[in-house]
Design a protein around this ligand. Structure first.
Ligand code: ADP
Ligand code: ASP
Ligand code: MG
Length: 422
């Protein structure tokens, strides 16, 4: 008998039928002799719907109130799921993030988990009940306000809870059969990976492969907690996210584990920046002070005649308005010419530990993009990743080209069971 944490995403609990199907899966796990704690997301596209509603009443909704609104989505699904389990003759108790002891920073919309004190969950499990926890939310102890962890954050709730409960495994149930070599919605011939290391998954998640939330992978690595990503619509074995590939499992381990894409970023270019010591520090400190995460940065060589340079960087589109506003506020002090904002960009990344020992990956990548007619606007690399910025309309073409160029295409068509992929 073990302790299992299961997380069900929005597409798995999109309607009453979905909730009942998930309830039977949970009960089956319980009947097999395990203690089960479940983390659940809001039903279907509920979160998107709530955000749209908020924007209809205010173009820039207040962070505290937006979090209050969005946390309601997970409250609905957790209570309904507990009822569905009850209807199958098993006791289930639902808990909000706050009740489950998920303590976070105060940054509304992108709070980080500081600690999990799952006293009430342990109590429920010890009483023989199934505990259902609302994903994506927590509470800040200084303000006593509820917070959300950022889009897709229920994965992180699940892994953080699993770590706090010292669970044997965290199962993430979604609408595809595991982690694939690319998003199966874009590349139908993508192949399911049997295993992926924390290191590779971190890069994939950071590069936009939203099948797992980035911070959940960070958490799992810190606690060396295995994650099993699988579908709630099938009984197939999914993908294991672990420290090392199981021995012999990947004899033919490809150089590249996957291609990821991201349409959620925008690019800001600060034109005519005086090329002086301390200027870049001032610009990026100003942005960091507002909790905005910057991704790629490029600074051009300054023209000797003018002593001016251009700095471009990418950031989440959702932070674009705030970033341009604060930069305009320091324009006089820094003395740059102007700002350009471009939200029609896409990021394409190639991830694989094999890159370390295989020179030529970059050359093949750039050649296949050139052949597909894509212009590369920015480049960044890590030891096991290459990312480029291209036009957003070209992104999917680039993903397919890279997937084929690195021989990642499989024989069968990947199944996407449900969901809109929003
Ligand atoms: P959930 O609602 O269950 O959290 P998400 O929509 O957040 O589900 O994540 C699952 C989706 O992630 C899939 O439907 C797929 O479109 C997308 N995805 C992106 N990259 C990958 C990948 N490499 N492997 C599998 N799925 C991916
Ligand atoms: N419901 C939230 C979202 O749509 C959290 C999650 O699904 O993980 O982003
Ligand atoms: Mg998700």
């Amino acid at each position: 008998m073990g302790l299992i944490v299961q997380k069900y995403g929005g597409s798995s609990v999109a309607d009453a039928e979905g909730l009942k199907r998930v309830a039977s899966r949970i009960v089956a796990t319980k009947k097999a002799g395990h203690q089960v704690a479940v983390v659940v997301s809001a039903m279907g596209d509920t979160t998107d719907g709530l955000i749209e509603l908020a924007e209809q009443v205010s173009p820039m909704p207040n962070g505290r109130e937006l979090d209050m609104l969005l946390t309601a989505g997970e409250r609905i699904s957790m209570a309904l799921l507990a009822m569905a389990i009850g209807n199958l003759g098993h006791e289930a108790r639902s808990f909000t993030g706050s009740q489950a002891g998920v303590l976070t920073t105060s940054a509304h919309g992108k709070a980080r988990i500081i600690d999990v004190k799952p006293g009430r969950i342990v109590e429920a499990l010890n009483d023989g009940a199934i505990a259902i926890v609302a994903g994506f939310q927590g509470v800040n102890q200084d303000t006593n306000d509820v917070t959300t962890l950022g889009r897709g954050g229920s994965d992180t709730t699940a892994v953080a809870l699993a770590a706090a409960l010292e669970a044997d495994v965290c199962e993430i149930y979604t609408d595809v059969d595991g982690v694939y070599t690319a998003d199966p919605r874009i590349v139908p011939t993508a192949r399911k990976l049997n295993s992926v290391t924390y290191e590779e998954m971190l890069e994939l998640a950071a590069s936009g492969a939203k099948v797992l939330h980035l911070r959940c992978v960070e958490y799992a690595r810190r606690y060396d907690l295995p994650i099993h990503v699988r579908s709630s619509f099938s009984n197939l074995e999914g993908t294991w996210v672990v420290k090392d590939h199981p021995e012999g499992a990947n004899m033919e381990q490809a150089i590249i584990s996957g291609v990821a894409h991201d349409k959620s970023e925008a690019k800001i270019t600060i034109v005519g920046v005086p090329d002086r010591t301390g200027v870049a520090a001032r610009i990026f400190q100003t942005i960091a002070d507002t909790d905005i995460n910057i991704d790629m940065i490029v600074q051009n060589v300054s023209a000797a005649s003018t002593g001016l340079t251009d700095i471009s960087f990418t950031l989440p589109k959702s932070d674009g308005l705030e970033a341009t506003t604060i930069l305009k506020a320091i324009q006089g002090e820094i003395g740059f010419h102007s700002l350009q904002y471009d939200d029609q960009i896409g990021k394409l990344s190639l991830v694989g530990a094999g890159m370390r020992s295989h020179p030529g990956v970059t050359a093949t990548f750039f050649a296949c993009l050139a052949e597909a007619g894509l212009n590369i606007e920015m480049i960044s690399t890590s030891e096991i990743r290459i990312s480029v910025i291209v036009r957003e309309i070209d992104l999917e073409k680039g993903v397919k080209a890279a997937h084929t160029a690195f021989n990642l295409d499989g024989e069968d068509e990947a199944i996407v069971y449900s969901g809109t992929g929003r």
